[in-house]
Design a protein around this ligand. Structure first.
Ligand SMILES: Cc1ncc(CN)c(N)n1
Length: 216
């Protein structure tokens, strides 16, 4: 049986992908020992990530060739705008991160890079390019979330960040993204490979930055 296109992209980035999903951030989040300032620094940056992520999802909706795909992407976008955004606001409150602190913290280099990459993928108007980045952003997050041992830590800031990325709806969405990339990616293989690889590099750098910056 031949290798799925999505899997061939993942395997081409195996070393960096594995370093990201086995990152210290994931270990400490999973056992609830992550320092509050690291979690806060990460969430401040990740809330910034969300805006360009919505641009990317919007571009995927606009560039998709199928109504059925637009419906799936649209439903997921609704969840990000609702449940996921609300999680950030509740987490900031619990961690004592006020709006001024959040606004004052500058973008880290990986945040700036990720925002630029997502907007660049959106600007290509290529469904394959948007899918390549989405497959990393969601596929890599599902992979680490599924590796977190159960039971989950008791604090909702930790536990919910795992369950937002490992629940039946999310598993189904990642399977959809993979199938879509397998379907349209081979016709735009070089473009998809380039965006996929850069996104994996940024995921690892994003976790590293939470420890380097501690901006909270
Ligand atoms: C950096 C990053 N990458 C991916 C995800 C999952 N949407 C996220 N929240 N942040």
């Amino acid at each position: 049986m031949s290798l799925r296109f999505s899997e061939s992209l993942r395997q081409s980035c195996e070393v960096t992908w594995t370093r990201a999903v086995e990152h210290r951030f994931v270990r400490e989040l999973g056992d609830g020992t992550i320092a509050d300032d690291v979690m806060a620094a990460y969430l401040i940056q990740d809330h910034r990530f969300l805006d360009s992520f919505l641009v990317l999802l919007g571009a995927a909706i606009a560039s998709s060739d199928r109504f059925e795909s637009r419906l799936v992407l649209g439903r997921f976008t609704g969840m990000v705008c609702g449940e996921e955004n609300t999680y950030f606001l509740r987490a900031f409150e619990a961690l004592g991160v006020d709006t001024e602190t959040r606004t004052r913290a500058p973008d880290t280099a990986p945040t700036a890079g990720f925002k630029a990459l997502m907007r660049e993928a959106a600007a290509t108007r290529s469904y394959a390019a948007t899918l390549a980045v989405l497959n990393v952003a969601e596929g890599l997050y599902l992979d680490w979330a599924q590796r977190v041992p159960r039971p989950l830590p008791t604090h909702f800031v930790h536990a919910e960040w795992v369950t937002l990325h490992d629940n039946p709806m999310f598993v189904e969405f990642v399977a959809f993204l993979r199938a879509e990339l397998d379907r349209v990616g081979p016709d735009d293989a070089a473009l998809a490979q380039d965006f996929f690889q850069r996104a994996v590099d940024l995921e690892l750098a994003f976790f590293d930055a939470a420890y380097a910056e501690r901006t909270a």
